[in-house]
Design a protein around this ligand. Structure first.
Ligand code: GLC
Length: 576
């Protein structure tokens, strides 16, 4: 396996200003025609990704899995799901991508395993199996143990506990699952759990992975007493309409301003996590080209969030505050400022994320009356104006790509794909929807297979002669959203992303660094410079505004009138 190019001490580490493209392997490209995306499909489209100009790919889990939660139920951390390919195929993908200058980040899922994982199967085989210590097995409450051990609520609705049946057929202990019942939580107080994950990190780092994205990174450690949550810390009590929120409802920064968790919370953001991540950092740093740790951390408290980014812990974490923020100038500016202020003391770069495989697609969200994102407010049948949402998503793309730090692009964002909101009920796969009793649309709507070419499903996602349709049905009106239809079309979303990333790469002041707010901009405008010669100006108000003095216009998210006024919902990059 080729070793990564070495990096001199003076160079800025690549991850501080990277553009990272998120691949949801199931939905990217299907090479073998079974209706499910696969790693060979990604390999075949590496030139597309190189042309887009991204620095790295983050892959959602590709491991063997029953796919109860889209692969976040991992049965074997050292393999590749047969429907996605083979371990050798993953190694080849990592090598081929690197030859094009694209690094690979794999998704590590340490909070829970699949109920099909060997440890959990062994744990279920006998009430006295030693493997039970690797999980959270407890007797139930009530005379016959028929009540769950505590009142914790699953992030996917219902109790966070599932009762087992002993091999003799009698009802047995319960086990903890913060997500689906097929995702039992691991006991991170057990040394074997720690050792196993350290070995898994090395396994993928040794195969050339440049880093890991750490799933549910703030949830691993539990209070061993497993106390009931006090009511005000249970942000999603049963019986409310909204769906649960991934990553600890009690700790998620919802648009409504979710309550701070009572500390110490029994399973969110516990202090012992920092010891775990320090040991991971030592492993990442032990490689000649140090590997990168990226945390999925939903915490409303930016100071607590930044603690994970201290120099001997994680390198970066997703900025969910910005992702959840409405398309509203004062709120966005406040989010940007709070982000930069929180990162500065730990000298970590910020990240900017508009979308991922869990949240509503940007062009749909920005076309709604409420443009914020929150799991609890996700509902069916919310009207949206896609033309408006697309216009704003284009401006948001230029905004994020100009901010200091790293940027994540979720596959299909560069094509301007909308959320698919009419997936037939019998095609829904997401446990968040299935466990909600019909109240939550779940997350399948942003996971629909990508359209590559042609005028009807499967739009080149699967090859001609495929034996099965795409695993989620694609809309019939995506002909103009295919990659092929957009290549070379000057006003397409794809060309906007390609051009913006190209300009960003060539612009030394973009990526890592600082920003300076331009004085005198009206409240409806976000205007900042990067270095002395570059500025980004975004007009979020209803009326056109004057542009600040500039030399030339590098790029605009929508056509500009001749007088160089900046129209509503438009962003522009200026040479000062
Ligand atoms: C993270 C993932 C989400 C998954 C959950 C449980 O929030 O992004 O897709 O369902 O963790 O692993």
């Amino acid at each position: 396996m080729a070793e990564h190019g070495s990096q001199s001490a003076e160079e800025t580490p690549w991850w501080r200003g990277a553009v990272i493209y998120q691949v949801y392997p199931r939905s990217f490209a299907d090479d073998d025609g079974d209706g499910t995306g696969d790693l060979a499909g990604v390999r075949a489209r590496l030139p597309y990704l190189a042309e887009l100009g991204v620095d790295a790919l983050w892959f959602n889990p590709w491991y063997p899995s029953p796919m109860a939660d889209g692969g976040y139920d991992v049965a074997d951390y050292r393999g590749v799901a047969p429907e996605f390919g083979t371990l050798a195929g993953a190694e080849k993908l990592i090598t081929d991508a690197l030859e094009l200058g694209i690094r690979t980040i794999v998704d590590i899922v340490p909070n829970h395993v699949s109920s099909e994982h060997a440890w959990f199967r062994a744990a279920l085989a006998s009430p006295t199996a030693p493997e039970r210590e690797l999980f959270w097995f407890r007797p139930g409450r009530g005379p016959g143990g028929e009540l769950p051990p505590n009142n914790w609520v699953s992030e996917f609705h219902g109790s966070a506990w599932t009762r087992t049946t002993d091999p003799d057929g009698t009802p047995g202990d319960w086990y903890l699952n913060l997500f689906d019942s097929r995702q039992p939580d691991l006991n991170w107080a057990h040394p074997q759990v720690r050792q196993e994950h350290e070995e898994v990190l090395r396994f993928w780092f040794d195969r050339g992975a440049s880093g890991v994205r750490i799933d549910s990174a703030a949830l691993l450690e539990k209070d061993p007493a497993l106390p009931d949550l006090v009511p005000d810390a249970t942000a999603e009590p049963e019986g409310t309409d909204g769906p649960a929120q991934p990553e600890g409802t009690a700790g998620a920064a919802g648009p409504e301003g979710a309550a701070e968790p009572t500390r110490p919370h029994p399973y969110i953001d516990r202090d012992g996590l920092h010891t775990i991540y320090r040991s991971w950092r030592a492993i990442a740093d032990s490689y000649p080209d140090p590997r990168v740790l990226i945390g999925e951390i939903w915490l409303p408290d930016t100071e607590r969030f930044a603690r994970y980014l201290r120099p001997d812990e994680l390198h970066t974490a997703f900025n969910f505050d910005f992702l959840s923020c409405p398309w509203e100038p004062i709120r966005l500016r406040a989010s940007i400022e709070a982000t930069l202020a929180a990162h500065a003391p730990v000298a970590a770069p910020a990240t900017w994320v508009l979308a991922n495989h869990d949240v509503t697609r940007t062009v749909t969200r920005y076309g709604r009356a409420d443009t914020s994102f929150g799991f609890a407010t996700k509902a069916r049948g919310v009207p949206t104006d896609l033309a408006l949402g697309t216009r704003r998503a284009r401006a948001a793309a230029l905004l994020t790509l100009a901010l200091p730090g790293a940027v994540y692009i979720y596959q299909g964002e560069e094509l301007g794909l909308p959320e698919v909101e009419d997936i037939p009920p019998d095609a829904i796969q997401d446990p968040m929807a299935l466990r909600s009793g019909g109240t939550s649309p779940g997350r399948d709507g942003c996971r629909v297979p990508l359209p590559w070419s042609g005028s009807e499903p499967p739009y080149g996602f699967s090859p001609v002669g495929a034996t099965a349709p795409p695993w989620l049905p694609q809309p019939t009106d995506w002909a103009d959203r295919t990659a092929y239809a957009q290549i070379g079309e000057a006003d397409s979303m794809l060309e906007l992303y390609r051009t913006a990333i190209r300009v960003r790469r060539a612009e030394p002041s973009l990526g890592d660094g600082d920003l300076t707010w331009l004085p005198g901009a009206p409240d409806q405008v976000l205007a900042f410079s990067r270095g002395n010669t570059f500025a980004c100006v975004v007009n979020l108000g209803p009326d056109p505004v004057d542009l600040p003095n500039h030399d030339s216009i590098l790029l605009a998210s929508s056509p500009l009138p001749p007088a160089h006024h900046l129209p509503t919902d438009t962003a522009v990059w200026l040479r000062l």
